[in-house]
Design a protein around this ligand. Structure first.
Ligand code: GLN
Length: 484
């Protein structure tokens, strides 16, 4: 059962081949046994999952079940879940139990989905390898000496290892697409404002966006549809109807104009990744897509721009964790100042503290114009590049990450090198565009992702292209040897 897609499970449940309770039990056992060494979950909620599964079975008996009813999923541990710890991968929130569900959690529960648990992640979603988690790194199911990518590494690894058919994630600079690529699964980050951020713990509010990991574009389409849409509790949520993403999956690729940003194919691109991506592009072309080279001349600005804006926003968002209102408080503080200093010093890990320091500096009087304002201007240049190319082409394509999964520990002490893992994904968040990663083969036995970038609110088109690609390739069906 663990290898079935969401649509297959939906059919199996509808035809009574198994109950949601049986399915949920099977996956809970698999998480405990096959998944034991991966560290993909921070919390498994067996009792809650079984209760939700039984409720789904009862709805089905009563003839009230929708297409996602009774299907298990996992949430990144950044989404607040009522009554179940939400740690955000941090010691700071190790004891935090939210009194409410995030909108995403609420909507998927309303669709009948069964939450298995909460997945491991980089601390406060800051990282590209899952190594900054307070709960230790996640291992890549394809090679357990390697990272799964980050920050949503637990979700990506859990879907790849067939511990859950789908999992949620968030993407501030690549945290859905990069781990999807490194773990060989399908991941989509929709347009900024498409999915509500309410109850999704904030890292960099102007960049954060929720999305989903699945084993196929079709599965991602089903779940993204259920989690998207306007939410009055998120002021940046966009009031625009959500199309049925499954209805446009069969659109042929004939005549589709695909731009290949030449900046994605330059220096630093691993040859094995390039070969796999070229082969994937050839499949699109055989299906009638027209490929043409385009340029995003300001792309090189995206790393420095992101690493001013994201830390600036995080320094503001994370100021609430002070040992008083939320989170960890140090033992036996001498006085108030000692309490603040030690609570934050002990509660946050090194990477989070580094970002808070950088962000506070960039926002300080006297430096604001030189850093934050300048970064906002660069952000505009980057968005304008995309606006210009989308006058010429329908979508963009290229490698999601320049390299396949790297070794655990290899970059943990080299932040700048780590930051460069997201060189192909950051600009998409700066512009607020939708992007996805689709399994596109292997480089040295490690998965490679093809990134597709669309114009605003064109996630339906991205999912359709990915689906067509998946009709003509079987990379997405391959499972890591230890998890088949
Ligand atoms: N790796 C990037 C960072 O560390 C992006 C993370 C994300 O998208 N949450 O900030």
């Amino acid at each position: 059962m663990h290898d079935l897609s969401v649509s297959e499970l939906s059919r199996g449940l509808a035809q009574g081949e198994y109950s949601s309770e049986e399915l949920t039990r099977a996956l809970l056992t698999r998480i405990e046994q096959a998944g034991a060494g991966l560290n993909a979950f921070v919390t498994v909620d067996a009792d809650g999952a079984l209760a939700a599964a039984r409720a789904a079975d009862a709805r089905r008996q009563a003839g009230e079940a929708g297409p996602l009813d009774g299907i298990p999923l996992a949430h990144k541990d950044i989404f607040c879940t009522r009554g179940l710890r939400t740690s955000c991968g941090s010691r700071m929130l190790d004891n935090f139990v939210a009194p409410y569900d995030a909108t995403v959690v609420e909507r998927l529960a309303a669709a009948g989905m069964v939450m298995l648990g909460k997945t491991n992640m980089d601390e406060f979603a800051m990282g590209s390898s899952n190594e900054t988690s307070f709960y230790g790194p996640v291992r890549n199911p394809w090679d357990q000496t390697r990272v799964p990518g980050g920050s949503s590494g637990g979700s990506a690894a859990a879907v790849a290892a067939r511990l859950t058919p789908v999992a949620t994630g968030t993407d501030t600079g690549g945290s859905i697409r990069q781990p999807a690529a490194l773990c060989g699964v399908t991941g989509i980050k929709p347009t900024y404002g498409r999915v509500s951020r309410w109850g999704m713990i904030a890292f960099a509010s102007s960049l954060d966006q929720g999305g989903v990991f699945a084993r196929s574009a079709e599965d991602a389409a089903m779940v993204l549809g259920a989690m998207s849409g306007f939410d009055s509790r998120d002021s940046t949520s966009v009031e625009q109807a959500v199309p049925d993403y499954t209805a446009t999956l069969d659109q042929p690729l004939k005549g589709l104009k695909v731009g290949l940003p030449k900046e994605f194919f330059g220096e630093g691109l691993e040859p094995g990744v390039r070969e796999a991506v070229d082969a994937a592009l050839a499949v699109l072309s055989e299906q009638g897509a027209e490929l043409r080279e385009v340029s995003l001349p300001n792309l090189a600005l995206s790393v420095p721009t992101y690493y001013v804006i994201a830390p600036a926003e995080c320094s503001s968002n994370l100021s609430r964790y002070d040992g008083v209102r939320f989170g960890y408080r140090c033992d036996n503080p001498r006085d108030l100042e000692d309490m603040y200093k030690r609570s934050r010093g002990e509660g946050f890990g090194d990477e989070v503290q580094r970002r808070i320091l950088v962000g506070t500096y960039a926002l300080s009087a006297g430096y604001y114009d030189a850093y934050y304002l300048k970064a906002q201007q660069c952000r505009r240049l980057i968005s304008d590049d995309f606006r210009r190319v989308f006058e010429e082409v329908d979508v963009l394509a290229g490698p999601t990450a320049p390299e396949a999964a790297f070794a655990l520990g290899e970059r943990a002490d080299d932040p700048v090198r780590m930051y460069l893992s997201d060189i192909n994904t950051l600009a998409v968040n700066l512009a607020g565009l939708p992007g996805m990663s689709v399994p596109a083969g292997f480089a040295d036995k490690l998965p490679v992702g093809l990134q597709l970038i669309g114009n605003y609110f064109d996630e339906g088109r991205l999912l359709g292209i990915a689906h067509q690609f998946q009709q003509h390739s079987d990379w997405h069906r391959q499972a890591p040897a230890d998890f088949a």
